[in-house]
Design a protein around this ligand. Sequence first.
Ligand code: SF4
Length: 334
Amino acid sequence: MSKILPVFLPFASCGNKCIFCDQQAISGVRAESDLLLHAEKQIDKWQTYSTDYDEIAFYGGNFCAIDKNIRISLYEKAYNNGIKKIRFSTRPDTINNETLSEIKDYNISLVELGIQSLDNEVLKENKRPYTSHQAIKSVEDILKITDCGVQLMTNMYKQSKYSPVDDAAVFSKMGVKTARIYPTQVLRNTHLNYLYEQGEYIPSLLEDILVTAAGMYIHFTAENVKVIRMGLPHEAEESNEITAGAGHKSFGDMVITLVMLLYMDMGGRIKYSGYKKAGRELFSENFNKYEEVNKNNMQEICSILRSEYLENSKRFIEGQAAFYADKLKNKANN
Ligand code: SF4
């Protein structure tokens, strides 16, 4: 596994503030005006712990909107320090001919795009300054040069339960390499918090978010897209900045357990105990006779689940998945 040196640049060159976002709260890193110095301090600090990082990752903010001279200085600093690979996250509207050439010239290994949704109304209401068409084109353009990752959200303001599953279906088929799935939680210092207090934003229930995320996970994994994060970072879960919205520190584990329970329910002969041993409890009769599941099986399992349950997201969300999500929610409460 590649050893990554992480650099967080909260709100760097965002230009506007998306209604749900408070990057300082979720990363625990304070925004600073001198971005180059801020990044260099983090690189130097990490390099006092170790000098053999394979890759550097610039997270937070809108990397390709940062002043070009700063971006180039950061690439050069990384390469001069012996780091062989660079990845960053940025917003789809910053992908253009100039930034695409830079991605090529500096041999960027992975570009993560904060897509969040492909619903144009949701993008507009959440103050994301691009359209679904631009988002898809950005992914296509990056994939002609290097690897691409996507970040998607669930239960955003004005977003339906079904659309994130459909979004995942679209990107899973495009050949992206990684995906992150973030449920919306209300952070104190955001416009979403205001909408919540006004009764304009109603947070979703944990069981509903689990089902949506499970549908997304199935689409991605069936196409061999690596889901590298589900749920907000632990720093956010542990802070007291979340005012509303269901989340869970074991969110990712719960989603995978839900996927496995669905497979066991349709007769899959695996013994996956998962979150709080849910599989063992719900399928105790034949549990010990079945095969252990391992990571190599996941793509096949998700392909089967996709054809069994996911020919449309509505049927999935309102069917069997809801039953097991409810069981997991009850376990979380006990
Ligand atoms: S979600 Fe991204 S683009 Fe929006 S305010 Fe936060 S860091 Fe900036």
